[in-house]
Design a protein around this ligand. Structure first.
Ligand code: EPS
Length: 353
């Protein structure tokens, strides 16, 4: 099960091709609406004010509402391009932005917004993962969900999954939402940006998904999560906290009715344990900011850069559905690979609850 995307932020459209989806799964354009809206810009005053319709067209691989097993192509037309906003910096490298590395690699870049490096591209990952999430729930009862686990210096003071979908931050503690609103309003006013942490987990994953050496489940998850724009760190389970732990503390003891803890994040030796699969990502502060910064231009001259236009003061605010999407895509791929190699062998083994 693989997904590739195409398109630029201010080009005519973005899209994806999904290969390897099993046949006979029901899907229609309505199914995409909720997750695309969760990820979209302009959903609150705290994100980029670009307003895209994000209407999915299914071009192939679905016939009479059912997947056919052939490549599924999805297309979303860009309807709110405003690439003229970038006229001032078309010849300039934003410090901290992929502008510079694209130029170094290709010697040419699309200066319309972030072009191919814009988080606009993540729309198609979320769209593709609608299919993966649906398949995981229907076939295996696996639910993938995430939340914003830190916004700049602010950490959650309580935790309730029900709160997460009730506010535009995906924040698990409703009582702190006014504080977050004030924080982001002040941040936007200052012209600066901030980083964030997003946690994502999958419940109901059976033991046995993943591979021991090449194609480890945690290796593939880390690569998939790291491929999201602005991600600078990935942790599985306790992640970097494991550095200061003892073996007696970190190991997840087993009883016939289950594990007593989940420091491993549901993966041992690259293979799922049957516990919740847990990951966490660190997103850097958006590089397109209003605070002037030193850089160089294409002519090799020193310049001062200020990025105007429609930007997110914290990309992490919209990253929860994207992290969920990447985890769902990896899990569906591994579920199919496991079935291809092992059939139902894993399901017949005695397992702890
Ligand atoms: C983004 C910057 C802006 C955002 C964009 C993400 O786009 P651009 O610089 O390409 O004009 O509006 O978000 C979206 C359009 C979207 O749908 O997510 C960035 O720098 O990542």
């Amino acid at each position: 099960f693989t997904v590739t995307t195409f398109g630029e932020s201010h080009g005519p459209a973005i899209g994806c091709v999904i290969d390897g989806c099993p046949p006979g799964m029901s899907i229609d354009t309505e199914a995409f609406r909720n997750d695309l809206e969760r990820r979209a810009t302009g959903r609150s005053r705290h994100t980029s004010q670009r307003r895209e319709a994000d209407e999915v067209e299914i071009l192939s691989g679905v016939y009479q509402g059912q997947t056919t097993g052939t490549p599924i192509a999805l297309l979303i037309r860009n309807t709110d391009q405003r690439s003229k906003d970038y006229g001032d910096i078309a010849d300039t490298f934003r410090p901290g932005h992929a502008d510079y590395t694209y130029w170094q690699k290709y010697g040419i870049r699309d200066p319309r917004g972030g072009g191919r490096s814009s988080a606009r591209e993540t729309t198609m990952r979320v769209a593709a993962a609608v299919i993966a999430k649906k398949w995981l729930v229907e076939r295996h009862g696996v639910q993938v969900r995430g939340y914003l686990a830190q916004l700049g210096e602010v950490a959650p003071q309580g935790f309730d999954w029900n709160a997460v979908e009730q506010n535009p931050f995906f924040w698990p503690c409703e009582a702190q939402v006014p504080e977050l609103e004030k924080y982001v309003d002040a941040l936007r006013k200052s012209g600066d940006s901030v980083g964030a942490r997003v946690n994502v987990e999958a419940e109901g994953v059976p033991p046995g998904w993943g591979e021991p050496i090449y194609g480890k489940l945690d290796g593939d998850l880390a690569a998939a999560l790291m491929s999201i724009n602005a991600v600078k760190g990935v942790e599985i389970g306790d992640g970097f906290d494991a550095v200061a732990q003892r073996g007696s503390q970190h190991r997840d003891e087993m009883h016939m009715d289950g594990f007593t803890s989940n420091h491993a994040g549901g993966i041992l030796g690259g293979i799922s344990t049957g516990q919740a699969v847990r990951a966490s990502i660190a997103l850097k502060p958006t590089s397109s900011i209003l605070i002037p910064g030193h850089s160089v231009n294409l002519a090799g001259e020193p310049v001062e850069v200020v990025t105007k236009g429609r930007h997110d003061p914290c990309v992490g605010i919209r990253a929860t559905p994207i992290a969920e999407a990447m985890m769902a895509l990896v899990l569906m791929d591994h579920a199919l690979r496991h079935r291809a190699q092992c059939g139902d062998v894993g399901e017949m083994k005695p397992r702890i609850a």
